[in-house]
Design a protein around this ligand. Structure first.
Ligand SMILES: Cc1ncc(COP(=O)(O)O)c(C=O)c1O
Length: 379
């Protein structure tokens, strides 16, 4: 089995040294492992740009969705809990599904999936209804590539609902797109190990405002996803409550060292921006069209429309690329037929150029002449 290049929202490629860091078996009570957990927790706060006086990071076993569900089950009050969800894509929809499964009262403001959340409409809602105990939204909507205005929304939440908790799903942005947690009044930020920090899948984490987290004690509807309990045990013993993802955490420590070596957030952002630009320029030069207008897009993933060329078949396109070891992703928007090319993970400009040369070959095999003719191939 050979490694593939994953131009997807995850799982993502990781470095060989990150994988090699897992070749050690440690017990959950080994000092070396407990030091690793401590290092990871403090490093996450450093990356978030917040002080340990006011914030704490709580790792949660499982993929990113587990930490999102942990924040909701823990931080929505049991009696009068009501969450305002700002939704403009599949991951916003998932937030609604989590709340529904938890039986939590929810109001969802829906926005177009190819545009940012509209700040003015949110302000209108907040002026009309002040009964929300929590507000939630996604930062980088990986289903399309839209980058949402989390700071503007956070300022509004603070102004109109100072007692409400504000959750941001920063799954595909944390570590690569600057987030001003304090200035955005974020109380809970969630991400996972296998996104922009380039660890392996296995755990996620919430960066929590301590003052808010403390107040949530006893609210959790779940035993395993109780963030307060997880936090208390980690603080008291340095250990997880249940079997920890030891290998994934060892890999993450190595990934964090490599992140630092690359220049932290600015270094990582620079590489991802370059990756993204190469793909967007290259695909556009072939005649592919992007779903998003530049004013709405981030630099994590790009959605491209299926060309209307009679020879284009996404399954053949996908399989042709996969045979060459290049994995792209189907689209995840409802209103248009699209595919997505991600540019995060252990991918470099040379990989993006190689993907473009594979796209060229696969199009040739499908009898599609590049560049496509905008008049004939895009009816
Ligand atoms: C913005 C966002 N939220 C949530 C998730 C879900 O994360 P997971 O699949 O790790 O549970 C993803 C995954 O790509 C994501 O991009």
């Amino acid at each position: 089995m050979n490694d593939k290049k994953l131009y997807t929202p995850g799982p993502l490629n990781v470095s060989l040294s990150t994988k090699e860091a897992m070749l050690v078996d440690l017990g959950s009570r080994d000092l070396e492992f407990m030091d690793t957990v401590k290092y990871i927790r403090s490093k996450l706060l450093e990356i978030a740009g917040v002080s340990s006086d006011d914030f704490t990071s709580v790792p949660v076993q499982g993929s990113g969705t587990f930490a999102i569900e942990a924040v909701f089950t823990t931080s929505v009050p049991r009696t009068n809990g009501k969450v305002l969800v700002l939704e403009n894509g599949a991951y916003g929809v998932r937030i609604g599904q989590i709340l529904n499964a938890l039986g939590i009262q929810t109001k969802t403001l829906k926005f177009l999936e190819d545009e940012k959340v509209d700040v003015k409409m949110v302000e209108k809602e907040l002026m009309k209804d002040q009964s929300f105990t929590n507000v939630a939204m996604v930062h980088s909507e990986t289903s399309s590539g839209v980058l949402n205005p989390i700071k503007e929304i956070g300022v509004l939440v603070e102004k109109h609902l100072p007692d409400a908790s504000y959750l941001v799903d920063a799954m595909s942005s944390f570590g690569a797109i600057d987030i001003d947690m304090e200035g955005s009044n974020i109380d809970f930020l969630v991400s996972s190990a296998n996104k922009c920090l380039e660890g392996v899948p296995g755990f996620s984490y919430a960066i929590c405002r301590k003052e808010r987290l403390r107040k949530c004690k006893g609210w959790s509807r779940s035993l395993v996803l109780d963030l307060v309990a997880q936090w208390e045990v980690l603080e008291r013993t340095g250990q997880f409550r249940f079997t920890p993802p030891t290998h994934a955490m060892l890999a993450f420590r190595q990934a964090l060292l490599e992140y630092e070596k690359e220049g932290g957030l600015s270094g990582r952002a620079q590489r991802y921006k370059e990756n993204c630009q190469i793909i967007r320029d290259g695909m556009k030069s072939f005649g592919f069209k992007t779903l998003l207008d530049a004013s709405h897009e981030g630099y994590i993933i790009t959605s491209f429309y299926f060309p209307q060329h009679s020879n284009f078949d996404f399954q053949d396109f996908y399989s042709g690329l996969k045979e060459k070891g290049q994995v792209i992703y189907p689209g995840k928007v409802t209103k248009a037929a699209c595919f997505r090319i991600g540019n995060i993970g252990h991918l470099f400009p040379r990989d993006m150029r190689h993907l473009l040369s594979c796209v060229k070959e696969v199009c040739r095999d499908m009898d599609i002449t590049l560049p496509m003719d905008m008049k004939q191939d895009w009816i």
